[in-house]
Design a protein around this ligand. Structure first.
Ligand SMILES: Nc1ncnc2c1ncn2[C@@H]1O[C@H](COP(=O)(O)OP(=O)(O)OP(=O)(O)O)[C@@H](O)[C@H]1O
Length: 568
């Protein structure tokens, strides 16, 4: 007999009912459990205004149906809206990219935000590995590396801070035989978010690969050992190079005094003869006029129409559409800040203001081969504090088929005992004293802090999260892995794949898809920052702008020139 769990928003009697139901075409009966909005909320022990908000959010749902609780890699889905989603398939231009990669071509995959560059890259890596290729997966930043399950380019190529001279990098590589072997075995080097790689760093990458693979000096095409370098060029020691990113997005982090030099200006880039693929189709946003508007922001040339749309998103809320104003009262806008300190202080301020106890998740780093450090997982928070009622964002693709991907937002309904997930989670939410019996507790300045130490096993207490797409999940530990180029695990960090969702930095938001975004562009200080912030949002209706000024939409002229010549 099949059991279904149904959440009825319009039945406010607070009772969980059981009844028999004819199961569609077949004649078998199934037991259906009905949870009402009130039964969920009454189990939550929240403040009245929060209860009202949540009750209203829940009452938006018509009827929420899910199968018997399913176990996924790191969630147990208890109930969900009829969220119809399949794992997306590649579009035509994404397929072409993969076909070219299979042929062994070196590629630059680019395109506007949300055109599926990273999505394509992940499929490409899987495809090449399934063909027996050794693929080294790297990215310019820790966040971007985590998103594609790779390392930072700095750590993979032993580049330190990336400011070595070319001759020093050559000497260090010459002295490290095991590192040379690693690179000699590698077939493909993948680099995501290349816009944040500085020109000198790109040349360093070339020198290190060329030296390690015993090819002749860099930047001299034609002089290389044909046994190792089976491509028709010398750069990167004959490795297949696949770089991905959008130079209209964030540029390299640099000191105020240094000149901005993009990767495409480097000698190695110019000599590598990368095949350029511009992905044309926006997948993050579905509304053409919003996609068009973002296209103008990307190039820093705003039409009257775009200015009108931006102005309509600027708050004081009087310009917001009435429906959005109402939604805004109960749904959580994610604030995107240019600076990390701004995002952290907003999150801590809001968390401390929430009543109730804090559940803390402390992660424990594991290095399989001993030479990695937790710093390489820079974007995975060691400490995550959550409270009942706090908004959260997924930091990982937990279950794409349920829409739980990096950036999906929701809020913590409460906490459950890890081994009690299959009961009605709303009736089994832990009280503070129950929770205190399960984990270490201490008194913080804003109430109790209950600490879970995550050592690879399931923590004792798990958060129950209601995601904005209607999926209701107990979120379990996820792991962030670092592999070598053969795909062998070398280091791992387990952590709850959630962060506080009141605010994140624009840098951290890169790669995310968000439904409701609030940002203050008047403080955007770098090229592409405003574009990254706005392009996280799936629709113009979900956008709130605190302000913007004449300098908010700066685009570097060298980027405009590069794209007009090579990637239009
Ligand atoms: N072919 C596709 N069909 C459906 N959805 C897709 C497809 N390709 C990508 N997506 C979805 O579009 C969203 C954006 O994809 P992705 O993050 O890869 O874009 P991106 O170009 O790397 O964006 P950004 O430059 O902002 O980091 C993701 O939710 C992804 O799952």
């Amino acid at each position: 007999m099949k059991r279904q769990t149904t959440l009825h928003s319009d039945a406010f009697n607070g009772q969980a009912k059981r009844f028999k139901r004819n199961n569609g075409a077949g004649s078998s009966h199934s037991t259906v459990r009905v949870w009402t909005a009130n039964s969920i909320v009454s189990g939550m022990n929240l403040h009245t205004d929060r209860v009202q908000n949540i009750t209203r959010a829940l009452s938006k749902w018509k009827s929420v149906t899910a199968q018997t609780p399913e176990r996924h890699s790191n969630t147990y889905t208890i109930s969900s809206t009829p969220f119809v989603s399949t794992v997306p398939s590649l579009d035509r231009s994404q397929e072409i990219v993969i076909a070219e990669a299979i042929k062994g071509r070196s590629l630059f995959i680019t395109g506007s935000a949300g055109t599926g560059k990273t999505f394509t890259l992940l499929k490409l890596i899987r495809t090449l590995r399934s063909q027996g290729k050794q693929v080294a997966v790297t990215a310019s930043t820790g966040c971007a590396a985590v998103a594609i399950r790779g390392s930072t380019i700095h750590s993979f190529l032993r580049l330190g801070m990336g400011n070595l001279s070319l001759s020093k990098a050559r000497a260090i590589t010459d002295a490290n035989v095991s590192f040379q072997r690693l690179l000699q075995k590698t077939d493909t080097l993948v680099v995501d978010e290349v816009s944040m790689i500085e020109g000198h760093l790109f040349d360093l990458m070339d020198v290190v690969c060329t030296t390690a693979r015993k090819c002749n000096s860099s930047h001299k095409p034609g002089e290389y050992d044909v046994n190792l370098c089976n491509n028709t060029r010398a750069t990167f020691g004959g490795l297949q190079i696949i770089v991905c990113g959008d130079f209209f997005q964030l540029p390299p982090v640099r000191s105020k005094s240094s000149n901005l030099c993009f990767a495409f200006e480097s000698a190695a880039w110019k000599e590598t003869n990368l095949q350029v693929h511009v992905l044309p189709r926006a997948h993050r946003q579905s509304c053409n006029s919003f996609v068009g508007m973002l296209g103008e922001v990307r190039r820093g040339i705003l039409s009257q129409y775009t200015r009108r749309v931006l102005n309509a998103s600027v708050i004081g809320t009087r310009n917001l559409q009435p429906e959005l104003s109402r939604k805004g009262d109960m749904l959580q806008f994610t604030k995107l800040f240019p600076l990390r300190a701004q995002a952290q202080s907003e999150n801590m301020y809001r968390l401390n203001a929430l009543p109730g106890f804090t559940v803390r998740y402390k992660s424990q780093f594991f290095s399989i081969k001993g030479q990695n450090s937790q710093n390489e997982f820079g974007s995975v928070e060691c400490l995550i504090d959550l409270k009942q009622g706090c908004p959260v964002l997924c930091t990982k693709n937990i279950d794409e088929s349920k829409g739980l991907v990096n950036g999906t937002s929701g809020f913590v309904v409460g906490f459950v005992r890890a081994n009690k997930w299959n009961k009605n989670p709303c009736r089994n939410l832990l009280t503070e004293s129950q929770a205190r019996d399960l984990v270490d507790s201490a008194q913080g300045s804003h109430g109790s802090i209950l600490s879970n130490h995550i050592t690879g096993k399931m923590p004792a207490i798990l958060p129950a999260v209601l995601f904005d797409n209607g999926t209701y999940s107990i979120v379990c530990t996820a792991t962030w892995d670092k592999s070598d180029s053969a795909g062998q695990l070398v280091a791992r960090v387990p952590q709850i794949p959630l962060i506080l969702g009141w605010a994140v930095t624009i840098h951290r938001s890169q790669g995310m898809s968000l439904s409701l975004v609030e940002t203050d562009l008047s403080h955007a200080f770098d090229f592409g920052q405003a574009y990254v912030a706005l392009s996280r949002c799936k629709s113009a209706q979900g956008l709130r702008i605190r302000g913007y000024g004449p300098g908010s939409f700066r685009v570097h002229p060298k980027v405009v020139e590069y794209y007009s010549l090579h990637a239009s």
